[in-house]
Ligand binder design. Sequence first.
Ligand SMILES: Cc1cc2nc3c(=O)[nH]c(=O)nc-3n(C[C@H](O)[C@H](O)[C@H](O)COP(=O)(O)OP(=O)(O)OC[C@H]3O[C@@H](n4cnc5c(N)ncnc54)[C@H](O)[C@@H]3O)c2cc1C
Length: 497
Amino acid sequence: MATASKKKTVKKSVSPKSKKAGFDPKEFESRLSPVQKVEAWGMNHFSNSKVFLPTSIQDFKDLFSYARDTNTKIAFRGGGCSYGDAATNEKGIVVDIRSFNKILSFDPKTGILVAESGVTIKQLWEFGIEKGFWPPVVSGTMFPTLGGALSMNIHGKNNFAVGPIGDHIQEFTFLSPDGKESVCSPKKNSDLFYSAISGFGMLGAFLTVTIKLKKIYSGKMKVWPVNTANLQEMYDYFEREYKQSDYLVGWVDSFASGKGIGRGQIHKAVHLKAGEDPDFPENCKLENQILPSTFLGIIPKSWMWLFMYPFSNNFGMRFVNFGKWISGFLNNNKPYQQGHAEYAFLLDYVPNWKFMYKPGAMIQYQSFIPKENAVKGFEEILSLCQKRGIVNWLAVFKKHRPDKFLLTHAVDGYSMAMDFPATKRNKSKLWELAKEMDEIVVKNGGRFYFAKDSTLRPEVYRRSMPKQNLEKFRAMKKKLDPKNLLESDLFRRVWGK
Ligand SMILES: Cc1cc2nc3c(=O)[nH]c(=O)nc-3n(C[C@H](O)[C@H](O)[C@H](O)COP(=O)(O)OP(=O)(O)OC[C@H]3O[C@@H](n4cnc5c(N)ncnc54)[C@H](O)[C@@H]3O)c2cc1C
């Protein structure tokens, strides 16, 4: 089974009948699925786990009672969009929160929305856009849940301007493994607020989330595609333009070398201002935003990866990357208008594109380097990959700003996210390469991102983070979860005991 399937093998959770008579672990156990394969998004890892599907806050409370009574390890899972082992839990329970997914309230005057933590970014934007609102921060795919987004404190192509999603959360309710429910905001229980967001699901469960959506005045944005000759040029463009941009993202051709190292194409976008769009609000209608299900009106998008499959090798990818770069000159610097969903979720345009990596898998390696070292650090990484003969097929460059969250991955600098094919044959070489890249990141004062990680080791993670942040998180974990009931495979791999 590819992911934690909620329909086929999981028994629907129902509230226990015997609540008044006390909690019955046996009865709870009957609500768990048989052991099943739960897969990481990058298909590079899976766990054998029982799966639980909470639909109410009481279900989360019962879950923690069960874990305390039986000393069972649990890990939460949202959309399962983390590339590695963040939402898998070998021999334990995976708590698939996707059925805990109601939007509870919305104030159209302020854009403030309250939702259960299993609500996805897709639900958020589809709910908001016709009312003239868009989520303040979205990832490159629309399938993450609020719970997953907060746990990893996700960033968008606007991270340099608006910070991570945590900066837009007004409040959340939280259940820690001791069964204590708290309300957290930047002012109330602020320590927990700033630790749980970014805390990779290891402190407790997000129950409900209050987020402020962004007012928009058009269903479209103005977009500039800009070809750049190398990474320095891309960096210079970002530094020159970021104050005039709402979003900036750079695609990098990792096969280019020499003076062209890091060449690519930037997409800068700005929101249209009130009154600027004569087609507003018509172009905010869902039918004008939803990504089409066919390519050229004929080929189902879900088949598209099959057409890409012949290119899924180093030679093909070199050709595709070069073709993309060279064709960028055709419309270089010519602005056009593009729908929000199309700009934000380009990768969702080709469903199952990751199957291109089959029968192998993929890993993503995303590192963050302070701006003063970013160009030289990432150039060194790109050259190293070429030298080792393992070049990533897709690389994305973004600008970031620091934030106050305890385990934040963001720095005042840049990140490069690189998708590598991972096969049985190249695995040991790829992991060795990751070790070498880690050293480049650490020596340049950089950081890593749990949502994208598959290779990090505890000793490297410790060197990349401020000691006081790690100590504070460790103390928080000890206080809220002294028996380490919350453990994912990632936690055991990177954090250890
Ligand atoms: C194609 C693609 C593009 C992406 N682009 C971006 C991007 O641009 N920016 C970015 O930042 N990330 C990006 N990501 C990564 C993704 O946003 C994160 O991995 C995010 O955490 C996924 O959310 P999820 O709901 O799928 O959570 P999962 O991956 O299922 O879980 C992530 C973490 O959240 C925890 N968790 C889930 N629910 C709860 C809960 N209710 N309470 C406590 N903990 C919980 C889990 O235990 C786990 O540690 C991308 C991923 C993909 C596949």
